[in-house]
Write a protein that binds this ligand. Structure first.
Ligand code: FAD
Length: 454
């Protein structure tokens, strides 16, 4: 049994279950192996790669509200190219370089298939594939009296037959991804609105929107890509965002059929949608590009780890639940980050702790840290659902660094936070100094220092 009290004991023969073989699970498996641990990776799909396994298939319920629906994991659309340059998408010692070959995509912001191929190359290079049990869904994970984790799984066999197994592990690393369970916008009157609703999770290609009037909600990466995709064929595209002033109404430059609005105020039985800016649109479709929820349907922790308004917690540094650390951990929960690099660093930390090479603080100290973080968020008026949103501030500083600036001065908004040390009060003008630590595998890493004079 691993507890915070005995975590310093060397545990080189520990058996660790990793749930999910996306980028996070693959790099976790590699790092755990590096530390001499025995690893099994459970993957419910028939191949590795997670999000990056594009499928034209969609869920039968286009808005994905039916809890019993068959789950399609990936939310990729056909036209998707990465929104990070490949230099920022490699692992620290395994860069995402352009590879020769007709089937490869050498662009700096490649199409989704190239990322899948990169992850497959990575898995092959480090012998990870041998550790993966494909077509095997983890259905229950529970700590039992022996101090081990009981992992129940179902494996799909020939002709869709299923076999169940139960295995016991010393530790579990959860890497199940968080871009599969849609969040939808709340719109007054929507239950009697006669049009079609859909979530971007089920968007693949623009053709079904030919000549339609589409209202798309959202302003993050998927919304930006999809509205442009759809504008090629739709009659009109109206993009609604809750993060702009109520009076906002702008024609999108470069498009004669796309407008940008404030949020929808109300929907009506006659098919019209009224925006906060007072405009009225008779729409065929509402497309929710409104993000996703964390979900761990297999995890049974007696309420020790919960998801409350999309806050997964309590987790020390978004990785370890203090009461169950270090035998339960999570990789990949933060967002607005540089994903693969973060997954790798989190995995190195988990592996070092599980092998006994590094130690965590005491359970009390970790819990104190989490509580201080939550209090700081509350005092700053940051909603719970943004607990894991690391990056607005980081990306601004990264941009400044790339532009050759050595400091980045900005007005801090409610959601600009790096972590609890860098939370700032809304409206305050702050200066961050960007300091390169080391350039490794084309990834720059920065140390952020708050100007002591503030
Ligand atoms: P996933 O890739 O989702 O992998 C989770 C795996 O767990 C899946 O294979 C799933 O089948 C498996 N799984 C889930 N539940 C179970 C279970 N019960 N049992 C067994 N297996 C299970 N990131 C970038 O760096 N650059 C980009 O340009 C970029 N674009 C994106 C565009 C979109 C539309 C989306 C949705 C995400 C994008 N991301 C991008 C973020 C991307 O999700 C991460 O880069 C990364 O792929 C996430 O990896 P992951 O391993 O955490 O999760």
């Amino acid at each position: 049994m691993i507890t915070p009290a005995n975590q310093h004991v060397t545990m080189s023969a520990l058996h660790v279950a990793v749930i999910g073989a996306g980028a996070a699970g693959l790099v976790a498996a590699r790092e755990l192996c590096h530390e001499g641990l025995k690893v099994v990776v459970f993957e419910r799909e028939d191949q590795i790669g997670g999000t990056w396994v594009y499928t034209p298939r969609v869920e039968p319920d286009p808005i994905s509200l039916d809890p019993d629906r068959p789950i399609i994991h990936s939310s990729l659309y056909s036209s998707l190219r990465t929104n990070l340059a490949r230099e920022a998408m490699g692992f620290l010692d395994y860069p995402f370089v352009a590879r020769p070959g007709e089937s490869r995509d050498p662009r700096r912001f490649p199409g989704h298939r190239e990322v899948l191929m990169f992850l497959k190359d990575f898995a092959c290079e480090f012998g990870i594939e041998e550790m993966v049990r494909l077509d095997t869904e983890v259905v229950n994970v529970k700590l039992v009296e022996s101090g081990k984790w009981k992992v129940k799984s179902k494996t799909r066999g020939f002709s869709d037959s299923e076999s169940e197994s139960e295995d016991f592990y010393d530790a579990v690393v959860v890497c199940n991804g968080h871009f599969t369970e849609p969040r939808v916008a709340e719109i007054p009157g929507i239950n009697s609105w006669p049009g079609k609703q859909m979530h971007s999770h089920n968007y693949r290609t623009p053709e079904p929107f030919q000549d339609q009037i589409v209202v798309l909600i959202g302003s993050a990466s998927s919304a930006i890509d999809i509205c442009r995709d759809i504008a090629k064929v739709a009659k009109e595209v109206h993009v609604a965002s809750r993060s702009v002033a109520d009076e906002t109404y702008e024609k999108q430059p470069g498009y004669d059929n796309m407008w940008f609005h404030s949020m929808i105020e109300r929907s009506h039985e006659d098919g019209t949608l009224v925006f906060l800016n007072g405009r009225v649109v008779l729409a065929d479709v509402i497309l929710h590009c409104t993000g996703y929820k964390y979900r761990f349907p297999f995890l049974e922790t007696n309420g020790i780890v919960t998801v409350d308004d999309n806050r997964v917690g309590p987790l020390y540094k978004h990785v370890f639940p203090p009461v169950l650390a270090p035998s339960l951990s999570f990789v990949g929960l933060p967002w607005k980050i540089i994903p693969f690099c973060l997954f790798e660093l989190q995995s190195k930390w988990i592996a070092a702790i599980l092998s006994g090479r590094k130690m965590l603080p005491s359970q009390e100290e970790m819990m104190g840290d989490v509580k201080a973080f939550y209090s700081m968020m509350e005092a700053s008026g940051i909603p719970k659902r943004l607990s894991t949103m690391i990056g607005l501030l980081l990306s601004a500083v990264a941009r400044a660094w790339r532009n050759g600036e050595r400091k980045c001065t900005m007005r801090v908004t409610r959601t600009d936070m790096l972590d609890r040390r860098h939370i700032a009060t809304s409206g305050k003008i702050m200066t961050w100094f960007c300091k390169p630590m080391k350039t490794s595998a084309s990834i720059f890493r920065m140390k952020l220092l708050i100007d002591a004079s503030l």
